[in-house]
Every structure is written in structure tokens, then in C-alpha cells.
Design a protein around this ligand. Structure first.
Ligand SMILES: CC(C)(COP(=O)(O)OP(=O)(O)OC[C@H]1O[C@@H](n2cnc3c(N)ncnc32)[C@H](O)[C@@H]1OP(=O)(O)O)[C@@H](O)C(=O)NCCC(=O)NCCS
Length: 441
């Protein structure tokens, strides 16, 4: 039985992670990790986290590397490996060792994913791993006089086949090997394979679990978020995963995460906490604002329920929210609803009610409340309403500072007056809207 102080913490943590669970369900993540991660003692923790993601409905494509394993095999076979521009030349002598090393790593991963994860919280979970000839490759050829032999580059990913497997609930595992239509085998860079897969699958996220992948500033502090342009100037261009990450961003992958695989908690912290654990490269540093749809009801409830419990917002049932969803505008960040507001028009009285304005506590004081208010005001003006009112018990000053004046109950629309919840002792605040639609002369 858990210690009660732990259980409080657990419930707190679980409640806070639920919006992320919602946001990730049904999304497609491509997760890449090197042979170093597979060889590490804590690899079974990563496997456990991956099966957890799978059971939460995340569609997973795993891309593994095998560099240290290939090096070890070549060494014991007495073959010296040549690298040019950081890339291995896979000659005729090396290819059998590459095949053996990659095949072994792949089988080790498949075995771990098949274990049912005994003695772990995921015991009994049945995971299917899919693979096959999903990657078509071509030879890198002769570059500046150097023949790269069986080292290749990605030509095509069979994204339709991968998607079918994902839709069927399988985890797709890609090895850094591709086949050519002429039947040859090519050794691929796992970073490039992961980027190409994410691009062609239009994945929601590409995640690199590298040795020291997360980017840091000069003082060694983690940089949590960068735009692709910033990452280009601040990252080390020698890092292959960074070049591939930026390429994926340019080709339409909206979020690329760079995580340190040595951190046991890196993946779950990055995906289920606001602060994350690594560096997110994403062009969307800004929130998207849009009209809410029925799919947003869960996200809005997550946001407003704590405020309803504190008596700051009036209670709304799920059914009511579903019925009134068209009145809502939401602000979304990284797939999560971080703010919302609603406009209820009363056209016959030329009045509009601004209701249910809420910003997630972690995202306050960055102007979101203001921005939503502007948007609602604009919507009201479009509807030719003359005044906007709000009923509030605890946020009076916020509205007063934004041009709302105390109003009388009598000024409310009839329908609203009848419903007015006296017990909440809300105060009425009114704002006259600028007339941007002059009547035709
Ligand atoms: C009110 C609320 C929407 C503001 O969101 P926000 O994104 O932080 O808003 P902004 O960044 O535009 O404004 C932040 C400013 O408002 C101030 N503020 C926040 N809550 C306030 C309140 N209850 N009374 C007065 N001022 C308040 C902050 O102190 C900050 O000002 P400062 O930086 O000068 O100190 C947010 O605090 C919230 O969700 N509150 C709970 C729900 C609520 O009260 N809704 C309104 C009832 S309909």
C-alpha cells in the first residue's frame, strides 16, 4: 500500500499529466535511438516507456542504430573501418558484419518488446512489432573521389504500409538498413532514416534520444525551446542528428525533440510535463487560436474544472459544454488547450456575454488573457453587438483594467437576469464596444 503522502503526490502528478495523455492519443511519433542506448543497462526502462506510450494510443515508429555493435564486430573480425565526413564506408568485407550487428540489435529489441514486461507496471501488455522491407535505399556512390560502397541513403519509405501497421496497433521498428530495387543491401544513417520517415509519414513528432542531444547555452543551461532558425545558429553543425532534425523541420515535421538518452526520465518528462527535459525545435513558438469543436470538450474541461471547484467559474456540465461548444474559442499549444473563452450573443439587446475566460495556470501572465479578450471583442463587433458584459466574482480588477465598468443587474438581457446565479454574488461589468460597422447612410 502506498504511503499517503506519496499517494497525494501521485494523484497530483496523474491529474497534471492527463491533458498530455489526451493530446498525444492517436498521434504518430518517430523515436530514434542509437546502439549505445540499446547496450545501456537501463535500456529496459526505455522499452517500458515505449510500451506505455503504445498502450496510451500513441502510434510509434522506432528507429534504432547499431554503431557500437558494428564497431565491435568489425574489431573482432580484424577489419578496420574507414569513415569519411563522419560516415562509415561499408565495403564488401564490412557488410556481413554490419548485417550481423544490425540483425542482432534488432532481435534484442524485438525480444524485449515481446517480454510482456514481467515485473513492471506493463506486465501482460501484448505488443506487436512490425518491420520488413519498408525502406528503399540507393547507394551514396562516389563522393569527392571516395566510393562509399554499401553505405546508402534513403530513397523512399513505404509510408502506406507503415501507417497500416500503426493503425492496427503495432509498433513499427526500423533498422538502419535499406534495400534497393536491384536487391542490394545498404547501411543507412539512423538519424537520416528517422528524419526521412518522420517527413514521409507526416509524423506529429520526431524524437532523438542521443548521447548528449539536448542543446545547452554557454553556461551549460538547458535550452528548452528553439525555432529551427535559432537552432541553426546555436547548435553544433557537426552533430548529425541536429542537421537531420533541422531538415525534418524544414520539410514539415512540426516538432522535433532532442533528448539525452542517459537520463532515465527524459522521454516521459518531455512528453508529460510542462517543463520537459530536452530541447524542442519547433516553428510554432506561438499558440494557435481557433474556434472550438466537439473534440475540444475534454481539453476545455481539464482547463476549467479546477477553476469551477474553486468557485472562480460557474459549473458547466459536459453536456452543456457540448451543446454550447460553438460559442468557444480555444488557444492551443503543443496539442494542448491552454486557454479558452466563450461569447454568448444576445442580438435583440445588442449585448454579448464574455464567459468562461480561463488561462491554464502554467501559461498565465504572458498576455494570453488579453489576446483572447481582444478576439472575443472582435467577434462581438462582427456580430454588431454594442456592449460586452461579464459576470465575475474574483476577477473584477482584471476586467476593470481593460475598460469594463461596473454595471447593474438590470442592464443584463432578460434571459440572463432570470438565470442569474445570486448565490455566486457575481458582479456585472460592462464595456461599450467601438462601432466598427457604421450603419449605411
Ligand atoms: C484572468 C486570467 C484569464 C488572466 O490570464 P493571463 O493570460 O494571465 O492574462 P494576461 O497575461 O493578459 O494578464 C496578466 C495580468 O493580469 C493580472 N491578473 C490576473 N488575475 C487577476 C485578478 N483576478 N485580478 C486582477 N488582476 C489579475 C496579473 O497580475 C497580470 O498583471 P501584472 O503582470 O501586471 O501583475 C487568468 O488569470 C485566469 O484564467 N484566471 C482564472 C479564471 C478567471 O478568473 N476568469 C475570469 C472570469 S470569467
Amino acid at each position: 500500500m502506498a504511503d499517503p503522502s506519496d499517494s497525494g503526490q501521485f494523484v497530483h502528478w496523474f491529474r497534471h499529466s492527463s491533458p498530455y495523455i489526451n493530446a498525444h492519443r492517436g498521434r504518430c511519433f518517430v523515436i530514434a535511438f542509437g546502439g549505445e542506448a540499446v547496450a545501456a543497462d537501463n535500456f529496459h526502462h526505455l522499452i517500458h516507456d515505449l510500451s506505455l506510450l503504445n498502450s496510451l494510443g500513441v502510434k510509434l515508429v522506432l528507429v534504432h542504430g547499431a554503431r557500437p555493435q558494428i564497431d565491435a564486430r568489425l574489431r573482432s573480425a580484424g577489419i578496420s573501418s574507414r569513415h569519411v565526413q563522419g560516415l562509415r564506408i561499408t565495403d564488401d568485407a564490412s557488410l556481413p558484419e554490419v548485417k550481423a550487428a544490425v540483425g542482432t540489435v534488432r532481435m534484442d529489441i524485438e525480444a524485449l518488446l515481446s517480454m510482456g514486461l514481467a515485473n513492471s507496471p506493463m506486465a501482460g501488455a501484448r505488443i506487436r512489432v512490425a518491420g520488413g522491407n519498408l525502406v528503399t535505399a540507393r547507394p551514396l556512390g562516389v563522393v569527392e573521389g571516395v566510393d562509399f560502397c554499401h553505405t546508402g541513403e534513403v530513397r523512399r519509405i513505404d509510408s502506406a504500409a507503415i501507417r497500416r501497421q500503426l493503425d492496427d496497433g503495432a509498433i513499427v521498428l526500423l533498422s538502419p538498413i535499406g534495400y534497393s530495387p536491384t536487391g542490394e543491401i545498404f547501411n543507412l544513417r539512423m538519424e537520416e532514416l528517422a528524419a526521412a520517415t518522420a517527413v514521409q509519414l507526416r509524423a506529429d513528432k520526431l524524437i532523438y534520444l542521443g548521447e548528449t542531444a539536448a542543446l545547452r547555452d554557454r553556461d551549460g543551461r538547458l535550452i528548452p525551446h528553439l525555432t529551427p532558425a535559432e537552432a541553426e545558429t546555436r547548435g553544433d553543425p557537426q552533430q548529425v542528428f541536429l542537421t537531420c532534425a533541422l531538415q525534418a523541420c524544414r520539410q514539415g515535421v512540426r516538432r522535433v525533440h532532442l533528448l539525452d538518452r542517459q537520463r532515465d526520465d527524459a522521454l516521459l518528462l518531455e512528453l508529460f510535463s510542462r517543463n520537459g527535459s530536452g530541447t524542442l525545435i519547433s516553428a510554432d513558438s506561438y499558440d494557435t487560436v481557433r474556434q472550438a469543436s466537439i473534440e475540444d470538450v475534454g481539453g476545455i474541461l481539464e482547463l476549467i474544472e479546477p477553476l469551477e471547484r474553486q468557485g472562480i467559474l460557474v459549473r458547466r456540465s459536459r453536456e452543456r459544454l457540448e451543446m454550447e461548444i460553438d460559442h468557444f474559442t480555444v488557444m492551443e499549444r503543443d496539442g494542448m488547450i491552454v486557454a479558452c473563452a466563450a461569447l454568448y450573443p444576445f442580438p435583440s439587446e445588442s449585448l454579448g456575454e464574455l464567459a468562461c475566460l480561463a488561462v491554464h495556470p502554467d501559461y498565465r501572465r504572458e498576455g494570453r488573457g488579453d489576446r483572447l479578450l481582444q478576439i472575443i471583442q472582435q467577434q462581438a463587433i462582427q456580430l454588431r453587438l454594442q456592449r460586452l458584459f461579464v459576470l465575475t466574482s474574483r476577477t473584477a480588477h482584471w476586467f476593470r483594467e481593460r475598460g469594463f465598468e461596473p454595471g447593474e443587474l438590470d442592464a443584463l438581457p432578460v434571459q440572463k437576469k432570470n438565470l442569474y446565479n445570486y448565490q455566486r454574488r457575481s458582479k456585472v461589468f460592462m464595456k461599450t464596444l467601438p462601432n466598427e460597422h457604421p450603419q449605411p447612410a
